[in-house]
Design a protein. Structure first.
Length: 342
């Protein structure tokens, strides 16, 4: 088929007019989107370890408002003291990645060396990051992480140095060493030899009381929580918890701790002043526990809520501490695990 040049030429004005109307209509209906800005507060950040991503949940609406790609198999994460930055431990690799929270832009990637597998991570009030490098059997102290970072490595000598706690003055760190069944004290300033003690079967959860006076550890293989003197590392108390207490977190007010009991889907509440278990909070049933696969727990700053990562169902349960009621389940990415809140 042949096209007439004169027909095409005569049609050009009408085609141009139609295109102009079309473009104007599109501009009127769909203006260019504004650049994304995170909410300033009431935000929950979640690393999705199977999805290699980070979810941002607006806690006012309960909706996931953004999801970005991260590194491979991100696990724990930590927020800077002022909330301007977020650090992600890249368990499937060797780096701690730093994001600016205002736009969720990656601004730095701090390499901890061959086979590092960073896991536990704390952004301390002194501005430094402390992180375990499970593959290197060590703890890293990272100064000025959002700028010209300096890193210092301290060996634990133990298998599976997984989670950690750090003293208020930043001079001492403690790790739970899953493979060695130990808890290790690491002196970051004096560089004395680390001190390790056996604590139950598969110690994993760890938290230091806000005043630094007591170190609490949950041993998932023993179904117990232990209180240790942070310096002598002597066990001061031993309490029965729910089944498989994977994590332990202390309320910001310092009066209670909870363990995340993966095998029965509950939380064990410990009165730290009395040194005893006072109640259980059912987050899910024992029958649901294997499906939900409850892991990381995080307190809200006011101590009124507990956020519980349910890795198997890609949800975060929001629990009212006073009543023990599950208020809602927040949908996140594939394998939600690490939690941070501002």
């Amino acid at each position: 088929m042949k096209f007439s040049r004169s027909l095409i030429k005569g049609s050009l004005p009408s085609i141009a007019a139609a295109l102009l109307v079309s473009c104007n209509s599109i501009a009127d209906v769909a203006p260019p989107p504004e650049p994304y800005v995170n909410p300033a507060f009431n935000v929950l950040y979640v690393t999705n370890k199977f999805g290699n991503s980070l979810s941002v949940v607006d806690l006012v609406s309960g909706k996931e408002v953004r999801r970005i790609d991260t590194c491979t198999n991100p696990h724990e994460l930590a927020l800077s003291p002022g909330g301007e930055y977020l650090a992600v431990a890249c368990y499937g690799g060797t780096t701690v990645d730093i994001f600016a929270t205002a736009r969720l832009a990656r601004i730095a990637s701090i390499d901890l060396g061959e086979n590092a597998r960073p896991h536990g991570i704390i952004w301390h009030e002194n501005g430094s990051i402390y992180a375990t490098a499970e593959g290197r059997k060590s703890v890293f102290w990272i100064r000025n992480p959002a700028g010209n970072a300096e890193k210092f490595e301290y060996g634990t000598g133990k298998e599976g140095s997984h989670m950690l706690a750090v003293s208020p003055d930043g001079n001492t760190a403690w790790t739970t060493d899953l493979g060695s069944k130990t808890v290790t004290r690491v002196d970051l300033k004096t560089r004395r030899a680390p001190l390790s003690v056996t604590v139950g079967e598969e110690p994993e959860g760890i938290a230091l009381s806000p005043d630094g006076g007591m170190l609490w550890v949950s041993a998932r293989g023993s179904d117990k929580a232990f209180a240790l003197d942070p310096q002598s590392m002597e066990v001061r108390a031993e309490l029965d918890t729910g089944d498989f207490p994977l994590r332990l977190a202390i309320r910001p007010q310092g009066d209670f701790a909870v363990t995340s009991d993966l095998a029965d889907g509950g939380l064990t509440v410990i009165d730290l002043g009395e040194g005893e278990v006072i109640r259980q909070i059912p987050v899910s049933s024992r029958e649901e526990a294997q499906t939900r696969f409850q892991v990381t727990i995080l307190w809200s700053d006011d101590g009124e809520r507990i956020y519980v990562a349910e890795t198997g169902t890609d949800t975060i349960a929001e629990v009212d501490f006073a009543s023990g009621t599950v208020l809602r389940r927040l949908e996140v990415g594939d394998g939600g695990d690490g939690l941070a809140i501002k």
